[in-house]
Design a protein around this ligand. Sequence first.
Ligand code: HEM
Length: 430
Amino acid sequence: MMDRAVAREKALSVMLRAYIFTGLVFMLLPGTMLGVWNLIKISSREAAESVSPAWIQAHGHAQLFGWVATFILGIGFYSIPKLRKLSPFALWEGWLCWALWVVGVTTRWLCTVYPWEWRVLMPLSASLELAAFLIFFQAVGSHRPSRGAPKAWESWIFVVIAATLGLFASLGLNLGASIQVALHAASPAFPHEFDQRYLIVSTWGFLVPMVWGFSARWLPVFMGLRPLRNAFLLAAVGLNTAGVVMGFFEHFTVAGVLLLGGAVLAVVSIRLFEPSVKPARTTTIHESFPVFIRIAYGWLLTAAALGIWASRVREAQGIWGASRHALTVGFIAAMVFCVGQRILPAFCGMRTLWSARLMLVMLVLLMTGCALRVASEILAYQDFAPWAWKVLPVSALIELTAVTLFAINLVVTFLRPAAVVPNPLTIMTE
Ligand code: HEM
């Protein structure tokens, strides 16, 4: 019995490593490299519209779906059935989901960057992504609880469900818009107005509540925080969902206020800025972990506030861009870097992170690059200070260095031998 559990644990950890490695490849090449290239081109011409929308969207899709969503699917397969004490899913479902997802996201990137047969490939890639999601959903969402599972759901589960529905909505919109573009457009890019509304769903509607859900599950333990305020967390998700719906229907100011309200409630519910009651569990990572988690949540609030400002200004491309990267780099990437380095080595065969010092260097670089990017995008794009165009490429290279160090730290960690044989009974609670 125990042998079978250990064998399954090993197989799950191999599968998780495949998801993480794939996500890292998307993060580095189709995601960050293309983002840096776009930004260097925009800065050298001092014009935000000098890069093709298809290339910008290829970068955004690779980061949100190729990188972060691939991590989330892998971590979801690995952890959700254990955390909810569900009966196990068949491993082939996890691998089939991985294969369809990778082919879908890769095809999407290729046919937007090099528009060959894109009228067929774009809808096809969107269908593959949706099919992969449905496999994930039925594998980790519809299995009956095993014996010993708690009857009542904890509040973080509702938050993860809301986020999963956000992912489903994003993929459905992506498929619908891909078909429309294939039938009627001249290039493989979503129309600007639709893209803005779609991005609200895929960032605030999917990634933000997903990070809140996993924060609510893990941060009280990892940071020694006071017990979670469940009602506040559910209210936060309610406000956030209302904000996403308002944003999708182009009521951007109301949306911004609701999203900011939701973010404040999420912070209050997790009690992030209240004094800890127990020491943080940071023995396997850098001890600055709680500081960077708090900075990341500061970026979340900044992103929402910038969104309200952008909605009140007529030509606000720079403020929207700053808000988006405050959210995606300052909050989402920073949370993935912090929590990822805390949990992934343990999930992937009870390893310990290769270098805690590299983690610190990488987080300092990421936060520096993000601050320079957010500030100088507003100053340059909004024509407040022309010298800021020169800062933008520097910010891009600093962020590129940070993500590369993150990838190196994780890959070396996975290549090193495991410290102990994984124990499937204790792995989720340590
Ligand atoms: C080295 C780091 C990065 C650089 C240099 C970069 C660069 C860019 C540039 C130049 C744009 C075009 C719009 C604008 O000027 O604001 C853009 C858009 C975008 N980026 Fe990034 N980015 C980086 C990291 C990220 C990360 C980590 C994410 C997500 C996790 C992300 C998600 C997006 C999204 C969703 C868009 C909008 C795409 C669209 O309009 O459809 N970026 N990025």
